[in-house]
Design a protein. Structure first.
Lengths: 212, 212
DNA sequence: CTCTGTAGCTTAACGGCGTTAAGTGAACGC
DNA sequence: GCGTTCACTTAACGCCGTTAAGCTACAGAG
């Protein structure tokens, strides 16, 4: 009978509750505040109930993380319609920084927390521009490359994508980690991000009008 | 009598032992493996003995960290003798990446771990080029700037220093955190670092020979 | 020389953590 | 009706950082 389907539905409902509670804790208070016991309290189950639905805490958090990667890919989709690949690339950089600023805790988990050694990725969607943010960037780079936008020495789309990514990632992470450090006289994130993108694009693009 | 000095000496000796044990654990096994109990076991004291010498674990680790910053500043001093400020800047970038590769755990603590909100920096040595790695970079940038090495829009040495720093920092951290991730087709760290430095320098330096 | 205070250490404990073992009770297929 | 399975509970283990309380050796005061 349909009872097994009902059971499955109920199972997914509880699973969803766990994810929701974990997400709330995570957004509000960051990684360390997400404890199995706190999640359990929020959903009014015992801590061990979570283990019925998730292998361990890491698996749970990585599932949140996967949703965040989807969110980033979706954010990128909003600049996908821009026709000029160079401008699309620029806007992708901006969108990336915006994402990091808007969701710092997500960003920390996605890009600043090492995967455990045994971690097995869900590889469905890899390379799919709509679900894989990295693939999106590489695609834009390839597009611009095909139009001869870059200097001759840039032939490897992955390398260039990784350099551009590292640039914005560096700006973002320095601010996320060290912004409150008084040792350094920080320039605003906007200015650093803009400066990074300006410098990198000028450094890799063929100059249309050499009026530097 | 000299007995109080002897007591002070003994105090410092134990303090040093604690730091040494913590450092060893830290280098070998990373941040999370440094526990008060493990440190204590190594030096054959009880865990609480550590609290006689350090307020808490954070303070202890930050003291290690301070030594590491000194180490980085010293590494920079080895390129300080290069006369051409542009070349000096290039080599500083390389030295930075080398440092991160050689001491990944130190790097993590120095630049990838947020300071706690109440953390009070030791500000002696701030601005001292021989002890403050950031000040060193800014000084090199200023030097090059004075020689008119940069494009006109780069007038703020701090901003430029932070952009350059963010560039190499981004390359390094992506690799430290995500290198083993199979989702991405990683280019070698050397290549990405070199690409980053090439792109950035081309993006900010006035071109000597415009043969791009 | 005795007394007092304190520095440096100990043991015991608190409250937290992730996770596992064992048990319970209800719903299921047969 | 009966045994099984599934979702869950309680209890516990072994970690963690940190605090409280006490002990001992010794410096300095009287």
């Amino acid at each position: 009978m349909g009872s097994s389907e009902r059971r499955e539905r109920e199972r997914l409902k509880v699973r969803g509750k766990i994810l929701d509670a974990a997400r709330k804790l995570f957004i509000q208070q960051g990684y360390d505040a997400v404890t199995m016991r706190k999640i359990a309290k929020r959903i009014e189950y015992s801590p061990t109930a979570i283990y019925v639905h998730f292998k361990d805490k890491e698996t749970l958090l990585r599932e949140l993380c996967a949703e965040d990667f989807q969110m980033l890919a979706t954010a990128f989709q909003q600049v996908a319609m821009i026709e000029d690949p160079v401008e699309r690339l620029r806007q992708t950089g901006r969108a990336y920084v915006d994402f990091a600023v808007r969701y710092p805790n997500h960003y920390r988990l996605m890009f600043m927390t090492p995967r455990p050694p045994d971690f097995q990725e869900d590889e469905s969607g890899k390379g799919d521009v709509q679900r894989d943010a990295y693939a999106f960037v590489v695609a834009v780079v390839k597009d611009a490359m095909a139009k001869g936008a870059f200097l001759n020495e840039w032939k490897d789309p992955d390398l260039l994508a990784q350099v551009l990514w590292a640039g914005v990632h560096g700006v973002v992470t320095l601010h996320l980690v060290l912004a409150k450090d008084k040792w350094l006289d920080w320039r605003p994130l906007d200015a650093t991000a803009q400066g990074m993108l300006d410098a990198l694009y000028r450094g890799v693009l063929r100059q249309e009008q050499p009026n530097g």
